[in-house]
Design a protein around this ligand. Structure first.
Ligand code: SF4
Length: 633
């Protein structure tokens, strides 16, 4: 096992300085405490307490003595209160934090609009916000900035340990909203250097160990950066948490530590890893060692486990959870005395210790073969969604765990893949690395393939004007999105029915099955539009059969134009009565002769079935109904 230490790790300048100040602060007979733990590292806090410097969470917990302000700094209220209580103040605020506090104060008192980029509940950020007299906006993620109004000038101050990447994303948002952005780069180099170093190192190694307090923000961020590179990352506080099962002798292992991790803890971790490396090498030299595959005979079975004899002086134990995934309810259901079984040794083989074996780990080897073959042949595998995380979806493929990045989860952009949790689906393998336990998949690749095939079917259906069955997926004011075999297309409101409809919901419901024809097919843009009315008989063609040219019919004027009028017959058919068919006089308008709602007797002079047009000639006009009523009275 090769251990590589990050080029930049451990205590930063500000923390080293604060600890030195605290270590030298104790005076016999005087109570000396830090305000809050000196750093986010319990071991260091304990060590300081042993030297007589404890800590209080609140100024009200101390009435006399000395208070040490830690590197995160505090706001003006705290200094004032300590003065009131006549406490001696030793200020170990990191000079870089002090600069951020002073910048925020100077900008706000100069009347500037200030935004502080940082974790709202971090003590350092709270102190900067207080020095900004409570007038600065504190934003910790791009989401906090989405609703910012348009601004002329804005000044940015940052938490010293803020993520460079998040800073860049947030600055881009503010730059879009403000005419002028004045950036005060108060991110400390120590943080940036450690983040850059862990990123580089994680790319080079198989496993990363991040050492530091579990409550230390900067250590957690290092662990996050390492995990984002896809490498197995273990965040530990001390060497006692290291486990030999995390390593193999042929691995490269990276080690880094947060800015609040003392050197002695890092050294202990490195020493223990060195010992583990020696053990791994020794184990792998003997015939039976952790990881070797053995073949044996079942000699005893209980509900929970089986005893397997495999040619060693003691039998090995095969627990039910190591038999298969999910584990059998009872091992008696799957194994009997005398059965042969192949499995892998999972722990270090020691003289007097129990040997544990796992069939599932061996199955995993076979499952890795399947995953590799699927990648090689570009074939899909069946997965089950296990857990949606910010970056994508964790999936189970046989006995393996895999990962689908957010961008590979669907054909369209989605914010989360949680809708796939608990469902089974196919995905293509994008990357397999059994050494690094890395299996990356794409559901999108399968959907794209399916879409391409379906688009071919759609093309044929379009050419043949086939009637297809789809499902209404979404109703919009302008139409409905209909899914036909996984391909979505728009059914425009004007294509829903032959008659005019006001709302799509009057005719269709969500998830309703619907018959459609493809109205337009754009192969290049992969865009389809559907028509429902084209699957139905056009009522015009039926109704027109009741009429012939030269028939004299009665209708009503429903629209007037300069050049003529639209007349609607009793069966709902409409046609044009041109001005030239109303009068022989020139320069007359239809409104000179007819009024809206007039009842007219007209002769059909033309029927054009292809254009669905009827033309009329005026025979006589009758006044609107209300005139007629007046006459009757
Ligand atoms: S990380 Fe930077 S700003 Fe924070 S205490 Fe260390 S040196 Fe100071």
């Amino acid at each position: 096992m090769k251990v590589i230490v990050a080029s930049s790790l451990g205590f930063c300048y500000g923390v080293k300085r604060a600890i030195k100040i605290a270590e030298n602060a104790y005076t016999a007979g005087d109570r000396t405490v830090t305000l809050g733990p000196i750093i986010h590292n319990p071991q260091m806090v304990r060590r300081l307490a042993e030297r007589g410097v404890g800590y209080v969470d609140n100024l009200e917990d101390i009435d006399s003595g000395t208070i040490i302000i830690r590197s995160h700094g505090v706001g003006p209220t705290c200094y004032n209160r300590a003065d009131e209580k006549k406490l001696k103040i030793i200020d170990a605020t990191c000079p870089f934090v002090l600069r951020a506090q002073q910048e925020a104060h100077r900008l706000v008192t100069a009347g500037k609009r200030v935004i502080i980029f940082g974790e709202k509940n971090h003590p350092e950020v709270r102190s900067i916000a207080e020095w900004a007299l409570g007038q600065a906006l504190v934003a910790e993620s791009p989401e906090d900035l989405r609703n910012l109004p348009r601004m002329d000038d804005v000044s940015i101050v940052s938490q010293t340990t803020f993520s460079q990447e998040t800073f860049r994303q947030m600055l881009a948002i503010v730059s879009e909203k403000a005419t002028r952005v004045d950036v005060h780069k108060t991110i400390c180099n120590a943080t940036a250097e450690r983040q850059a170093a862990v990123k580089l190192l994680a790319d080079e190694v198989d496993v990363m160990i991040v050492v530091g307090g579990k409550n230390s923000g900067n250590t957690r961020r290092l662990a996050e950066i390492s995990a984002q590179s896809g490498k197995m990352t273990y965040h530990i506080e001390t060497a006692s948490e290291l486990q030999i099962s995390w390593f193999r002798s042929d691995m490269k292992v990276g080690v880094t530590a947060g800015a609040s991790t003392p050197d002695w803890i890092i050294e202990e971790v490195l020493e223990v890893m060195e010992d583990m490396n020696k053990m791994l090498e020794e184990m792998e030299m003997s015939e039976f060692h952790k990881g070797s595959v053995v073949e044996g005979t079942v000699v005893e079975v209980t509900d929970d486990e089986a005893q397997v004899s495999f040619g060693y002086k003691t039998e090995a134990v095969l627990p039910a959870r190591e038999y298969s995934f999910p584990a059998p309810k009872s091992m008696k259901d799957v194994l009997a005395v005398g059965d042969s079984i192949k499995a892998q040794i999972t722990n270090a083989v020691k003289e007097d210790g129990t040997i544990y074996i796992s069939k599932i780990k061996l199955d995993r080897l076979a499952d890795w073969d399947i995953a590799e073959e699927a990648l090689e042949k570009d074939e899909p595998v069946v997965c089950e969604g296990i857990e949606a995380i910010k970056a994508g979806l964790l999936v189970q493929i046989k006995s393996l765990r895999g990962f689908i990045p957010l961008s590979q989860g669907d054909l369209r952009f989605v914010r989360s893949l949680s809708f796939l949790v608990g469902t089974q689906f196919e995905a293509k393998v994008l990357e397999v690395n059994r050494g690094q336990n890395r299996l990356v998949l794409s559901r999108k690749a399968v959907l794209e393939e399916h879409r391409d095939e379906e688009m071919e079917h759609m093309k044929v259906a379009f050419e043949n004007q086939e009637v297809l069955t789809g499902v209404v997926k979404k109703i919009m004011p302008y139409g409905a999105f209909v899914d036909v075999n996984g391909i979505e297309g728009l059914l425009h409101i004007s294509d829903v029915a032959w008659n005019k409809i006001d709302k799509v919901e009057d005719v269709l419901a969500q998830d309703e099955e619907v018959q459609v024809k493809i109205k337009s097919f754009d192969e290049e843009k992969q865009r389809i539009s559907f028509s429902r009315k084209d699957t139905m008989q056009d009522p015009w063609l039926e109704d027109i059969k009741n009429h012939e040219v030269d028939d004299v019919v009665v209708g009503k004027v429903v629209k007037l134009m300069d050049f003529g009028a639209i007349v609607e017959l009793e069966d709902g058919l409409t046609g044009l009565l041109h001005i030239s068919e109303m009068t022989k006089e020139r320069n007359r308008k239809a409104s000179d002769i007819l009024q809206l709602s007039d009842t007219v007797e007209v002769r059909i002079i033309g029927i054009n079935p292809a254009r669905k047009r009827i033309s009329f000639s005026l025979v006589s006009v009758e006044a609107p109904a209300e005139d007629a009523e007046t006459e009757n009275e």
